[in-house]
Design a protein around this ligand. Structure first.
Ligand SMILES: *[C@@H]1O[C@H](CO)[C@@H](O)[C@H](O)[C@H]1NC(C)=O
Ligand SMILES: *[C@@H]1O[C@H](CO)[C@@H](O)[C@H](O)[C@H]1NC(C)=O
Ligand SMILES: *[C@@H]1O[C@H](CO)[C@@H](O)[C@H](O)[C@H]1NC(C)=O
Length: 630
């Protein structure tokens, strides 16, 4: 394996630029030739990956959007080394770069030597990001770790840019740079701002840049923050940070600021809703599928793309020359913030609050999110943007370049259009309605992100839905993706009538006709059409064979046989699970969903959760293992 010549050239430029820099140069005066963009990648949720190729799609997609390296966040899981090996190998195969980001929620600051040894273990691999000819390493938290000892154990050749906190008074003399994690306005104490305690992201920039005194700064760029874990897990936490138009504003500010590095927070942290990577990026379910299902964020990466290109060029603002096609990117929460979900929410009872991050009911900070539909227009030349949110329609003059708009949230379909000189350029209706209800019964403060032209279909895959029903109080919501493809023009015939549970909507699988225009996604309707399910499994089969048969020990044999037949075979792919896949091939169409929410019999282990959920929802609900949730 060798470093590609293109990247080797970049590295030489980096080295040359760095050695030429005076040590006291301010961030804004540094050379722009060595500006890099990272994306924070959670390794802790990808234990189900079984080969380097399982990382290829992420590497290729990130690279195509201009991201230079993944910051691989690792805890102390037993699978970390295997996954790091795959990630480094895939990076090398795809001309990407990676580096380790030690998560001190799990690592102890007393482990400087072990951390240094871990750095040495991976630092010479071809996928490693080198900066200033040194092994690039970062962290989440870690104030107090002995940096000199860490570097020494690593062999000395380390560029250490951890997420230390200047406000803690940490000794920064041995660090080479710093990551600021706080990409969201806060109260200075890891919760949403209040009138009396209000720390902006820019104030965080200033604090870090001052403390760094000329050393490189890794500035955060995050699109959103919402987490809603209740007593169903041990890591209960339930709060939001103000997000709304944050990502758009932040990218503009970052071009003005011009830091050495930017870290997108994150690629795949579904649990905190700040993922910009695809839902179908393979991962296990930490319980976040309850708010991530049917909530793709891919449009946010489209939003970032021209800004990343401009940042690499050293531009201080985004000119329309960075926009290669007209695009509307829109997002909104699926339900208003005052919707009362107390009767069915998952966070209505006491739960572990050791972290101080758990709140009952509506997430802490909810009032910092506006009930609005947000739109960013990326335009090659000026145009007219029209937004219709339920009954609210507003029209805006949008200039060439990037601009942002918001419209008060209204119930029902969400439609968007771009016109220019009286001609419609883009037009379409979102796959996700805003409902007068609670999605799956919960306070879901995650965002749905769509775009015109529409992007690809991006469903959560079954292993990423394993914990979907844990804690859910409603039985009308199933662990199955329901979105099809967005239409980029208004549908010629609008489907009418009520979608009843289990009914198939014909014609949606292979055409771009919308399936969502009139289907209200709510707690009382089913989400599913058979055809969309088929579409999603067909879409994934093009890269890897889908499991089409499988077995399991004794009590599991029936469930495994049924589920593996349709591509869901927990245990066959390195994930935790009792099943073994025995044959791969073209995906077998999944039977229509029934809407039946199956859970394990009382007293059975979690290993039945995903199997009962999937099987019961597709018509096989063996009473020896599963029961229907009442
Ligand atoms: C915090 O400050 C920002 C910027 O000045 C302001 O827009 C925001 O409304 C403030 N938040 C609160 C809760 O006062
Ligand atoms: C959890 O702890 C935080 C911080 O002490 C507190 O503000 C919050 O009210 C607690 N949550 C619950 C549900 O008691
Ligand atoms: C399987 O069934 C047997 C007999 O009913 C029972 O004793 C055993 O606990 C079951 N195993 C699992 C893993 O549920």
């Amino acid at each position: 394996m060798k470093v590609s010549s293109a990247f080797a050239a970049t590295l030489s430029a980096i080295i040359a630029a760095c050695s030429a820099l005076p040590s006291d140069s301010m961030v804004s005066r540094r050379s722009t030739s060595d500006r890099l963009v990272f994306a924070h990648f959670m390794v802790g949720i990808v234990s189900d990956r079984t080969s380097a190729s399982d990382y290829d799609a992420d590497m290729q997609r990130a690279k195509a959007y201009g991201i230079d390296a993944f910051a691989l966040n690792i805890g102390t899981d037993t699978f970390s080394d295997q996954q790091l090996g795959y990630a480094y190998e895939s990076a090398a195969n795809n001309d990407m770069k990676v580096f380790i980001s030690f998560d001190f929620n799990w690592w102890s600051t007393s482990q400087a030597t072990e951390i240094g040894q871990k750095i040495a273990q991976y630092g010479s691999l071809a996928g490693q990001l080198m900066y200033d000819d040194k092994i690039f390493v970062s962290s989440f938290a870690g104030d107090g770790v002995d940096v000199a000892a860490l570097k020494s154990a690593a062999g000395g050749n380390v560029f250490f840019a951890p997420n230390f906190h200047p406000s803690y008074g940490t000794d920064l003399s041995d660090v080479d740079g710093l990551l600021n994690w706080m990409g969201w306005p806060s109260n200075g104490n890891n919760k949403a701002p209040t009138a009396g305690a209000n720390v902006t992201v820019e104030e965080g920039d200033e604090e870090y840049i001052t403390a760094l005194d000329g050393k490189p700064y890794i500035a955060p760029a995050s699109p959103w923050f919402s987490t809603h874990f209740g007593p169903e897990v041990t890591y209960s936490k339930n709060w939001v940070f103000p997000s709304d138009l944050l990502f758009y504003q932040r990218w503009n500010d970052l071009l003005t600021l011009g830091p050495q590095f930017i870290e997108v927070v994150t690629w795949n942290d579904y649990g905190e809703s700040h993922y910009v990577g695809p839902l179908n990026s393979p991962h296990t379910d930490d319980g976040s599928s309850r708010w991530a299902n049917d909530m793709p964020h891919d449009g946010w990466l489209d939003l970032a793309k021209p800004y990343i290109a401009a940042f690499h060029d050293g531009a201080t603002s985004l000119s329309s020359s960075y926009i290669t096609e007209d695009q509307l990117i829109y997002w909104y929460r699926p339900q208003p913030r005052l919707m009362d979900c107390d009767a069915t929410d998952t966070c209505m009872v006491a739960a572990n609050n050791d972290t101080g991050n758990y709140f009952e009911g509506r997430p802490n900070g909810w009032e910092s999110m506006e009930d609005a539909v947000f739109v960013v227009a990326l335009l090659q030349s000026a145009g007219t943007v029209q937004v219709t949110s339920g009954p609210n329609t507003e029209t805006f003059d949008a200039p060439a370049g990037a601009s942002a708009f918001q419209v008060p949230m209204g119930f029902g379909p969400q439609s968007f259009s771009l016109s220019r000189d009286g001609e419609t350029v883009l037009s379409g209706t979102s796959l996700k309605d805003i409902i007068d209800g609670c999605v799956c019964g919960i306070y879901n403060f995650n965002a749905y992100v769509g775009s015109l032209p529409a992007t690809f279909s991006d469903p959560l895959e079954p292993p990423s839905l394993n914990a979907f029903s844990e804690g859910l109080k409603v039985s009308t919501c199933s662990a199955t993706p329901s979105l099809g493809l967005t239409s980029t023009t208004p549908p010629e015939t609008i489907p009418t009538g009520t979608i009843t549970p289990g009914s198939a909507i014909t014609g949606a699988a292979t055409t771009t006709s919308t399936i969502s225009t009139t289907s209200t996604i709510s707690t009382t309707s089913t989400f599913i059409s058979t055809t969309t399910t088929t579409t999603s499994s067909a879409a994934t089969s093009t890269t890897t064979g889908t499991c089409i048969a499988g077995t399991g020990p004794d009590n599991y044999s029936g469930l495994c046989s049924f589920c593996c037949n349709y591509g869901y075979c927990p245990g066959s792919d390195g994930s935790a699970g009792p099943c073994t896949c025995t044959a791969y091939g073209d995906p077998v169409p999944t039977p229509p969903v029934t809407g039946t929410v199956g859970v394990p019999l009382d007293g059975e282990g979690d290993s039945y959760l995903g199997l009962c959920s999937f099987a019961c929802n597709h018509g096989y609900c063996p009473s020896t293992a599963c029961q229907v949730e009442s």
